[in-house]
Design a binder for this molecule. Structure first.
Ligand SMILES: Nc1ncnc2c1ncn2[C@@H]1O[C@H](COP(=O)(O)OP(=O)(O)OP(=O)(O)O)[C@@H](O)[C@H]1O
Ligand SMILES: [Mg+2]
Length: 462
């Protein structure tokens, strides 16, 4: 079961409730959180900053704003109250009071003839100013009043009915009544966070690039491909150490492959020279009939040597190319016919795949040859969907018992001797097949076939 499967698996209903909730939360995060390292690290930096700022804005700013607005509108209301009081007490000095209010208090006062106050405008729900100012006027002046906080672009107008029935209209600057410069604080806060986020992005990119480069190098090595760009360890100490370790590992593996190839091809080459001499001597020998068996042995040895060389050859030498699966399967059907066996095949999805054509042909040929060697009916099915190519080779032969299914992948392991079957093989077919599949970043596995025999499954990313 892959991690994705377990992500999607339904949660058992008999679990106690809190555990279901926790599991659901966990699942929600697993599904919705970004999967990349870069996005995750960025989230770790940005999320706390965002939460902190939101709390700051809502708790601190809201209170600060409310308080400053209350104080400011209280001060303006006090000024207006003083003007009204003065006018009450000194009706003769009206003009002088109006002048002083204008010059000293910043209140433009006009006296309107007695009449009705205009209808109140509806108070916007979010307007702190309207609410606070109304409250202050109610508390401090306690007379019928009318309020327009949107009088002109920058002003507030307040009308109050004074004792003699006339209406006192006061116009003053809006910023005298509430904290209007709070947005500067917000701009500063969001501005600096933006700068911080940009710096974090730049810094993180620098940190994550070496990890991505290492991942790419390891991936292409795993698939047996030549890396698109040469890899150099860079970045933080830990990443660099992992990179150096990876390079050492790669070198050791490459050296081992090289040695194995050199040794096997050396041995095979030497033996072949001797075999050629044998064959010559056999050809000129007198009694060719008696030597028929010997001749067959020489042929067998030759075939064996071919097998060894095949095994030793470095599969990754070949470049990736286009392989027509349809054509390959038709070819296999023909070969099966020659062996008087029946082979049927089907392809689901695009029949053209991007693999190493020769190696992949050898892989499928090995599996198909095994199948028709052990069974009479063979069925090959290829499914090419999205990112993977899956090929299953089924036969109706004796199959392989589960506990032996890993052993047969080892070079030179054959079960046929024990089964007393006259099937001459070197026991390298499956080892080569697995080598090739792993070289493509995939694998070959064995299992039971619905047809009764063995099912070999090849799965490679394409
Ligand atoms: N389809 C199959 N059904 C039953 N047994 C199988 C099947 N395929 C392979 N085997 C067993 O697994 C062993 C290993 O197979 P492998 O292909 O590696 O070697 P081989 O077929 O004997 O030799 P080679 O393929 O090198 O000519 C075989 O000897 C055989 O006993
Ligand atoms: Mg074989």
């Amino acid at each position: 079961m892959t991690t994705q499967d377990s992500d999607l698996a339904p949660i058992p209903l008999n679990d106690p409730k809190p555990r279901i909730v926790l599991a659901n939360i966990g699942r929600f995060f697993r599904r919705n959180l970004p999967r990349g390292l870069f996005a995750r690290s960025l989230l770790i930096i940005v999320l706390p900053m965002l939460i902190l700022q939101t709390v700051l804005v809502f708790v601190f700013m809201e209170r600060h704003w409310q308080m400053v607005t209350t104080r400011l509108s209280a001060a303006v209301t006090r000024d207006i109250a003083s003007v009204i009081d003065l006018m009450d007490k000194m009706p003769d000095e009206e003009a002088e009071i109006i002048r002083i209010a204008d010059e000293r208090m910043g209140l433009r006062v006009t006296l309107l003839p007695p009449g009705k106050l205009p209808p109140r405008k509806p108070i916007p729900f979010f307007s702190i100013l309207d609410q606070t100012l109304s409250r202050q006027i109610n508390n401090q002046i306690n007379r019928p009043f009318w309020l327009d906080t949107r009088y002109g672009p920058k002003d507030v107008e307040i009308r109050v009915v004074i004792d003699d029935g006339r209406i006192l209209s006061v116009v003053t600057r809006r910023d005298r009544t509430f904290a209007s410069n709070s947005h500067i604080f917000l701009i500063w806060m969001f501005g600096t966070s933006l700068v911080l986020i940009i710096i974090a992005i730049l810094f993180l990119r620098g940190q994550i690039r070496p990890i991505q480069a290492l991942a790419r190098a390891a991936e292409s090595f795993g698939k047996g491909q030549k890396p698109a760009e040469p890899y150099h360890p860079r970045g933080a100490v830990e990443v660099r150490r992992a990179g150096i370790a990876f390079m050492q590992m790669r070198e050791r593996i490459e050296r081992q492959i090289e040695q194995r190839t050199a040794m096997l091809s050396g041995v095979s080459h030497d033996l072949r020279t001797i075999l050629t001499r044998f064959r010559l001597q056999l050809a000129i020998a007198e009694d060719a009939k008696d030597l028929e068996g010997l001749n067959r042995d020489v042929d067998d040895m030759n075939a064996m040597l071919d097998g060894y060389l095949d095994f030793a050859r470095d599969q990754s030498e070949e470049a990736e190319g286009d392989l027509d699966l349809g054509a390959l399967l038709r070819q296999l059907e023909e070969s099966a016919k020659l062996h008087r066996k029946s082979l049927t095949s089907a392809i689901e999805g695009d029949s053209h795949v991007k693999v190493r054509p020769n190696a992949f042909t050898r892989l499928l040929t090995n599996l198909a040859a095994n199948a028709w060697r052990h069974g009479n009916n063979v069925r090959i099915e290829a499914r090419h969907s999205g990112r993977f190519l899956t090929v299953t080779v089924d036969d109706n032969g004796p199959g392989i018992p589960a506990e032996k299914r890993e052993d047969v992948f080892k070079p030179f392991v054959r079960l046929d001797e024990a089964r007393n079957l006259d099937a001459s093989g070197t026991g390298l077919g499956l080892a080569i097949a697995r080598d090739i599949a792993r070289g493509h970043g995939g694998d070959v596995t064995l299992g039971e076939s619905p047809m009764g025999g063995l099912r070999a499954t090849v799965r490679v990313p394409v």
